[in-house]
Write a protein that binds this ligand. Structure first.
Ligand SMILES: [Mg+2]
Length: 281
């Protein structure tokens, strides 16, 4: 049994800033401070962290436990209305190909699909509701489980193990997100990691975090299925180190799929072309 965990924001859907607006509204209601989220880096963090930071931006101090609970209540109350507003303004979007990908995975008996998200449980359901994707997810790890994303992922895997009725090995868990924080959390927990670039992540930070697979979105399912080990690599390549044929020095470490060979070969072609131009040979 393989466990596949999906982040929500920027990986499954883009809610058109609904979460940010709901949090701004909640902070303003409690502190009078407008647009608190403009001062906070929200992407890739857990809601718990974001709520504390947004409150701090508004009130100039950490919230008490009671204030944090009140802020959470106000956020969850406001969120449905903000999600609806995004849908109405046509700013609520599904990441390309995600529906097809999830249907494909759901039809298999050898995978369990869950959420691994910084969103609170209630917030996650509210944000996903208009997408119709919720039916694919039987379990999850949420922002209310922990401040730490790796802990959120571990919680999701514990719940998956309970569903499967058997322990789950780390090497059977695949995490899909849209920021370097998703990748770092997956690595910290010992899980596989992949990223969609069409979300909210910073490409340079994503590349530095070195996920096993980087794709724009889910429009082409082949690399995803190969990465998950659900389809055979067309080149028969296994994860590891690929030595470029031209030089023992120019080698590229890759931990992705044989599909990457295409990119490496294109790179080598360019390199040869540049060499030819420079040396005339
Ligand atoms: Mg995300």
């Amino acid at each position: 049994m393989k466990i596949i965990l999906f982040d929500i924001d920027g990986t499954l859907v883009k809610a058109g800033g609904a979460g940010r607006r709901a949090l701004d509204y909640a902070v303003e209601g409690m502190t009078g401070h407008k647009n608190a989220c403009a001062e906070v880096q929200l992407q890739g963090a857990t809601d718990k962290n974001n709520f504390e930071n947004a409150f701090r931006a508004g009130a100039g101090r950490k919230p008490t436990a009671r204030e944090l609970a009140e802020l959470t209540r106000r956020y969850v109350d406001r969120l449905p209305q903000e999600v609806k507003a995004s849908v109405k303004a046509r700013k609520y979007l599904k990441v390309k190909g995600v529906e097809k990908f999830l249907s494909r995975l759901s039809s298999r008996g050898d995978v369990l699909i869950g959420l691994g998200t910084g969103n609170l449980r209630d917030g996650a359901f509210i944000k996903l509701e208009p997408s119709g994707l919720m039916k694919h997810f039987a379990f999850g790890g949420y922002g209310c489980d922990s401040h730490h994303r790796s802990e959120v992922l571990r919680k999701a895997v514990q719940r998956a193990a309970r569903l499967a009725g058997a322990p789950v090995k780390e090497s059977r868990v695949y995490v899909i997100g849209d920021t370097h924080r998703d990748v770092e959390a997956a690595k910290e927990a010992g899980y596989h990691s992949a990223v969609v670039l069409d979300g909210f992540g910073d490409k340079a930070l994503i590349m530095r975090s070195n996920p096993e697979l980087v794709e724009k979105d889910f429009a082409d399912l082949k690399p995803w299925l190969i990465w998950l080990g659900l389809e055979k690599d067309p080149r028969g390549v296994r994860r590891g180190t690929y030595i470029c044929p031209d030089s023992p020095i120019e080698h590229a470490h890759y931990g992705r799929t044989g599909m990457d060979l295409r990119d490496i070969e294109l790179g080598m072609k360019k390199l040869r072309e540049t060499k030819r131009k420079a040396t005339g040979k």
